[in-house]
Design a protein around this ligand. Structure first.
Ligand code: G6P
Ligand code: ZN
Length: 579
């Protein structure tokens, strides 16, 4: 393996702290660096920012300084990543600071590769104290693009705000980094390297995750579908981390044809791609699925493997519908849920399709702010089994992260289950058949999201202030065009388990017929501000279910733009992404 090109510079004044473990721990003097506050999902910046001297090291040290020592002293931590540019160098820095702070062992995926859901699974299975994920998720990678770091806690869930706030506080007063003086560890070979009381074990990133998937799903059922020549499956790994998982799981275990995997090799720059599985950025897959002779089933996952997109022939399953349909079919089609579902949950902007399933199945239901971390407590206290977000995240309490491959296997299970008694030559129950039947039973929640990326922060903040002011003055019954207001507010959430409160989670206008318009600023961007507008309308009438969502939602979209004065505040005419 190549030696690290990135080392934290130990200035001449650095001193040797102790030598209790067979290696030297250096005290590297440092100074606070601005802007190290974590967002919706870890700390995310341009890679050039992270490559500045001590930038990453400061944050990692601040993290150790924020945890109670008994949470990592002689403990086990997992280290994974999505294979992006700078991960190799960053892994060495993290390993050295972990050793410097007294961690006992680091379990790292070969070549630093391990998907976000797999890290969560490994933390749980190996009873680790936590883990790091080197990823900026779906953001592009490469020297000009993004890098990121996330920390997950001992049950495999993203660190709660109580921890990330502490880390931020420590980044503002940091003066010293504790770093083990050990050589770079070769991450390209599976095996254990030991330095005194500290060791690094390089593992196959797929093994534990595959075992878990085999316990959750009926692999034989899925195999019975994927092995048929009449069922054509396509999976786009987008040159991101699930490239490492797709072949062993879909091809080797489940008998999909080897050419069903597209862009299956993880690359540092994702092949110049933007590894976000949606209609805009997964264009190659969308073209195939909407083209002539399209496969029966198409799916994609993002940079770190936690997001998913599901497509049928010329058909897109919205993430809000996807979680509702998985929930409605899980007990029958997925062994993990045979004994029952504890509860369902979605993020606030996600459509109400899931609410209707919860109502019909008489299940506890929760609405949380955007961010997967808000599901963790509900799962730990056995109140929640299946949940999802409009942002292409779907998952369950098998781990504490959303899980792209899990969602694909869930859909394959549903399709396989629905077709298991088919005679040869009989027409297949397709992805679109399953969705349309669901709408016929529950009604359709038309949903769309408009993103205005990299707006000037000032204008975006002013727009949100304007909206907050507006909702504070609103009255029930007030008319907005043809819509009468039921209520408007800035969403606040009180965690039912630990009582913690999250304020200002999105401004929403909810109308008498259940239609909603929601405004939020993204917490995951790396530059400027991204405004998201979420638009939803419920349609019980089956004869209207085939309408195009953009056409069905046009009046509400126009209303959202005029109510928010978005154009005035931002100067933007058009969204950059529509999903
Ligand atoms: C990440 C988080 C999700 C969140 C999504 C969008 O994927 O894990 O929980 O829904 O980002 O967040 P944003 O703040 O950009 O809307
Ligand atoms: Zn992701």
């Amino acid at each position: 393996s190549s030696p690290s090109i990135f080392t934290v510079k130990a200035s001449s004044s650095s001193s040797t702290l102790t030598e209790p473990q067979g290696f030297t721990i250096k005290s590297v003097p440092t100074e606070p660096i601005e802007g190290q506050k974590t967002g919706t999902s870890g700390l995310r910046k341009k890679v050039k920012v992270f490559m500045q001297e001590n930038y990453l090291a400061n944050w990692i040290q601040a993290l150790f300084s924020s945890l109670p020592p008994e949470d990592y002293n002689n403990g086990l931590l997992v280290l994974g990543g999505d294979g992006r540019y700078f991960n190799r160098e960053a892994a060495q820095v993290i390993i050295k600071i972990a050793a410097g702070n007294g961690v006992g062992k680091i379990l790292v995926g070969k070549d630093g590769i391990m998907s976000t859901p797999a890290v969560s699974a490994v933390i749980r299975k190996r009873k680790a104290n936590g883990g790091f994920i080197m990823s900026a998720s779906h953001n592009p990678g490469g020297p000009e693009y993004d890098w990121g770091i996330k920390f997950n806690y001992s049950s495999g869930q993203p660190a709660p705000e109580s921890i990330t706030d502490k880390i931020y506080g420590n980044t503002l007063s940091i003066s010293e980094i504790k770093m083990a003086d050990i050589p770079d560890v070769d991450l390209s070979c599976v095996g254990i390297t030991t330095f005194g009381n500290f060791s690094v074990e390089v593992v196959d990133p797929v093994g534990d995750y595959m075992d878990l998937m085999e316990r959750v799903f009926d692999f034989q059922l899925i195999r019975s579908l994927l092995s048929q020549s009449y069922f054509r499956f396509t999976y786009d790994a987008m040159h991101a981390v699930t490239g490492a998982y797709a072949k062993p799981i879909f091809v080797e275990k489940l008998a999909a044809s080897p050419d069903s995997i597209l862009n299956g090799i993880p690359l540092e720059d994702f092949g110049h791609g933007h590894p976000d599985p949606n209609l805009t950025y997964a264009k190659d897959l969308v073209d195939i699925m909407y083209g002539e002779n399209a496969p029966d089933f198409g799916a994609a996952s993002d940079g770190d493997g936690d997001r998913n997109m599901i497509l049928g022939q010329s058909f897109f399953v919205t993430p809000s519908d996807s979680v509702a349909i998985i929930a409605a079919n899980a007990q029958a089609a997925i062994p993990y849920f045979h004994s029952g579902i504890k509860g369902l949950a979605r993020s606030m902007p996600t459509s109400g399709a899931l609410d209707r399933v919860a109502e019909k199945l008489d299940l506890p239901f929760f609405e949380v702010p955007t961010g997967w971390k808000f599901f963790g407590n509900l799962m730990d206290s056995e109140k929640l089994s299946i949940c999802g977000e409009e942002s292409f995240g779907t998952g369950s309490d098998h781990i504490r992260e959303k899980d792209g491959i899990w969602a694909v296997l869930a859909w394959l299970s549903i399709i396989a289950y629905r077709n298991k008694d088919k005679k040869p030559g009989e027409k297949l129950v397709s992805v679109s058949d399953v969705v349309k039947e669901h709408w016929a039973t529950y009604g359709r929640n038309f949903f769309s999201r408009y993103d205005y990326e990299e707006c000037e922060s000032d204008g975006a903040n002013k727009m949100m202030e304007y909206l907050r002011d507006l909702v504070s003055k609103n009255k029930t019954g007030e008319k907005y065009g043809d819509y009468a207001l039921r209520y408007a507010d800035d969403f606040a959430y009180k965690d039912p388990v630990d009582g913690s409160v999250a304020l200002k989670q999105g401004v929403r206008f909810v109308f008498m017929d259940g239609s909603r318009i929601i405004f939020r600023l993204s917490g995951t961007g790396s530059a400027g501000a991204t405004i998201r507008i979420y638009i939803e309308q419920f349609e019980p009438d089956v004869s209207k279910h085939d309408m195009d969502a953009q056409a069905a939602l046009k009046p509400l979209i126009d209303l959202a733009l005029s109510v928010s004065k978005l154009q005035e505040f931002t100067g933007r005419e058009e969204p950059t992404v529509i999903t």
